[in-house]
Design a protein around this ligand. Structure first.
Ligand code: ZN
Length: 180
């Protein structure tokens, strides 16, 4: 969640449903071929935040190599991004899959929409909130203040996302659970 306020965290950012697959020569071969896990996102419901969502996705694409975010209009996208009047938030169903709400409450208060989009996509990529934190941290979210417009993950955040998707790849979960 983007908001600093503590409370009931309805959003569980967790690695769910990752099971070690049975050994398979096919998985191993495919694992070598695939360079990055591609996740699709559908921001057609993001209204005025569409450009910010694309910019936030581009930030991740330029920050990590083990996962790539690609825009789609398909209803079967890994990530659905919508706009509403609440606080920005994200809910994952499993690593790389879920819903982002680009809540207007934060932007109405002056928070930067691209930073919000990158932050919420960070949750989908397995990142937890790190609040309070400095502006150099993407996952410090709103705790860095309205003046903070940095949309970039820091070194730790990047390396953790890389590691999360590298683990999927190494486990072969990739081909089994994330068939595109
Ligand atoms: Zn958050």
């Amino acid at each position: 969640m983007f908001r600093r306020t503590a409370g009931v965290l309805a959003v569980a950012v967790a690695l769910v449903g990752l099971h070690a697959p049975a050994a398979s020569a096919d998985v191993v071969v495919a694992d070598v071929v695939v360079a990055a896990r591609t996740l699709t996102y559908n921001a057609s419901g993001a209204a005025e935040f569409k450009a910010a969502v694309d910019a936030g996705a581009a930030v991740w694409n330029s920050s990590v190599v083990n996962v790539k975010l690609v825009s789609t209009t398909s209803s079967s996208a890994n990530i659905r991004v919508v706009a509403d009047n609440g606080w920005p938030r994200a809910q994952t169903t499993s690593l790389g899959n879920g819903t982002v709400w680009m809540g207007r409450e934060a932007t109405n208060e002056g928070y930067n929409p691209t930073r919000i989009a990158a932050h919420e996509l960070g949750h989908i990529l397995g990142q937890p909130d790190r609040k309070p934190g400095p502006c150099t941290s993407l996952m410090s979210g709103s705790s860095a203040g309205i003046a903070c417009t940095n949309p970039n993950p820091n070194a730790r955040e990047k390396s953790e996302v890389e590691a999360a998707f590298r683990t999927l790849k190494a486990a072969g979960v990739w081909q089994r659970e994330f068939v595109e």
